[in-house]
Design a protein around this ligand. Structure first.
Ligand code: 1GP
Length: 252
């Protein structure tokens, strides 16, 4: 498997990528056989696994179970070193470049290396930018950093660009889980115009309309967690949309 290469190929084919974010602390193992088969054949292309606070060992158990029910690529989106698991396909190796806490810029990453040596995960270095969304997020609390001001678009673009110049392979624009305001189109467009690497966007997306707006602005891979956890109708919305898209393609 080469997850990053597949990502670049899909983007060059203008495919819309969608990750469902599963928090091992919130998803009970017995729910997996009901939840995950719905993802197969939906618009979902990736599974991200991670959370701000997860009990040690829980990520490993969850990924083991997920693998029984889906072939979708599973990437760890870690809140902490304890969330690394050899059962996943890949790892978003995040550096919180929006913040100025050395632990989350480089410290945790150094700590992770001895664990990563024992695993064969594909590692995707990712510049992670937290952007303010109207309320305090778990990322802010846990990392003790300030998000970037959403009015200061130049600072956001410059931060993303700096991460690209440092050699990061993806940019992740994060509004925070359960965000009131998702990352707006103006920000996505501005980053897209200046940065060539894949653009991941997440936080607070609750409707197909918001999802499509983000794609139209230039997001490559969207991440949705809360809406899948809280709103069963959201699935239907996505699947119906897929049926519609497929039907209209067939008609052409
Ligand atoms: C959080 O970007 C993700 O890290 C997803 O956020 O839970 O709001 O969808 P939501």
């Amino acid at each position: 498997k080469n997850l990053y290469q597949d990502l670049l190929t899909a983007i060059s084919l203008k495919e819309k990528l969608l990750a469902v974010l599963i928090d091992p602390d919130k998803m009970k193992l017995e729910v997996v056989p009901k939840f995950v088969p719905q993802l197969n054949g939906s618009l979902v292309t990736h599974i991200f696994v991670g959370g701000s606070t997860v009990e040690t060992g829980q990520t490993d158990l969850l990924i083991r179970e997920l693998k029984r029910w889906t072939h979708l690529p599973i990437l760890i989106f870690p809140g902490d070193v304890s969330q690394l698991s050899s059962k996943a396909d890949g790892l978003l190796f995040l550096s919180l470049v929006s913040g100025r806490n050395p632990d989350y810029l480089i410290g945790k990453q150094v700590e992770a290396v001895s664990v990563l040596r024992t695993m064969e995960l594909e590692i995707i270095p990712t510049g992670y930018l937290l952007i303010e969304n109207g309320k305090e997020t778990a990322v802010e609390r846990v990392t003790n950093t300030q998000p970037l001001n959403r009015q200061n678009i130049q600072a956001i673009v410059d931060t993303a660009k700096a991460a690209e110049l440092l050699g990061m392979q993806c940019i992740y624009l994060e509004a925070g889980s359960g965000a009131i305001d998702p990352i707006n189109s103006e920000i996505i467009q501005a980053v897209r115009n200046d940065v060539g690497i894949p653009l991941i966007v997440g936080g607070g997306i609750r409707s197909k309309k918001q999802l499509d707006a983000a794609y139209d602005s230039g997001a490559d891979l969207m991440v949705i967690g809360t809406a899948f956890e809280e709103n069963e109708l959201f699935f239907e919305e996505l699947n119906v949309a897929m049926t519609f898209e497929h039907l209209s393609k067939e008609e052409k």
